[in-house]
Design a protein around this ligand. Structure first.
Ligand SMILES: [Zn+2]
Ligand SMILES: [Zn+2]
Length: 242
């Protein structure tokens, strides 16, 4: 019998006893074998590091910017969003973390994403952090609003007050990922409104979402807030599409 193999399976059994739950890497699913306080294995942490938004990205939207400039912003971008912040591009490892938060029934990715989002936030002078709302029906279907989880984590870390009452989603829209690229804009246009009651006039607002995809959702939110009198809207996401 292979002594190494036997020893390996013995150690694994000990590990099972010590950490019976929640020690699989959220990205690759392998056992973490290291610090159970972190949600990814060292290999996947390295992959995440490689998915970081580089300093050379477009400062306004974080898209990859060539020497000619940013194609996303040149095509219209997010007109009412002054500046975007995100630690990661939306690539396989970061996608796995976001999906675990959205559909995985676990918020284990929250401390890591929250910490990285906090570090990416180069400005702190905001009156509030506001998660992109889900339609109440979608919230019931999904059980969680991942944007609200992230916003509350960042609020806790930065002290920027969390406000979830400044924006409502009026339209039950199909998930943006299920809609063709062209239809995405009309899908979310006018989907959001500032409810009667809270006064956003003059406010500097940090919108928060899990992923900035086409930017149409953030733009629709920002436009509604600006129309209601908000002075400034920026966007913080865990990931941005490159
Ligand atoms: Zn892993
Ligand atoms: Zn740009």
């Amino acid at each position: 019998m292979d002594l190494g193999k036997a020893l390996g399976s013995f150690l694994r059994r000990i590990e099972d006893l010590v950490y019976p739950r929640g020690i699989n890497c959220l990205v690759c699913g392998d056992r973490r074998r290291t610090d159970p306080a972190t949600c990814v294995c060292p290999g996947c942490l390295k992959k995440l590091e490689d998915e970081r938004v580089p300093a050379a990205a477009c400062p306004r939207c974080l898209s990859y910017a060539s020497r000619k400039g940013c194609a996303f912003c040149a095509a219209g971008g997010m007109k009412d969003v002054r500046r975007a912040f995100a630690p990661l591009y939306y690539l396989p490892a970061s996608r796995a973390l976001v999906i675990s938060l959205k559909f995985g029934g676990t918020d284990e990715a929250l401390p890591l994403l929250g910490e990285w989002m906090e570090v990416s936030l180069a400005e702190r002078d905001f009156d509030c952090i506001l998660p992109v709302p889900l339609h109440p029906r979608r919230r019931r279907e999904r059980g969680v609003n991942q944007a609200a989880l992230l916003a509350s984590e960042v609020s806790r870390r930065t002290g920027i007050p969390l406000r979830e009452d400044l924006l409502v989603r009026k339209k039950y829209t199909r998930p943006q990922t299920a809609v063709g690229r062209r239809k995405r804009k009309s899908n979310v246009l006018d989907a959001f409104a500032v409810p009667s009651g809270p006064d956003v006039s003059g406010m500097k607002i940090l919108l928060c979402d899990d992923v900035r995809t086409t930017g149409n959702t953030a733009q629709a939110c920002a436009r509604a807030l600006k129309k209601a009198g908000a002075a400034d809207v920026c966007l913080l996401t865990a990931c941005a599409v490159r």
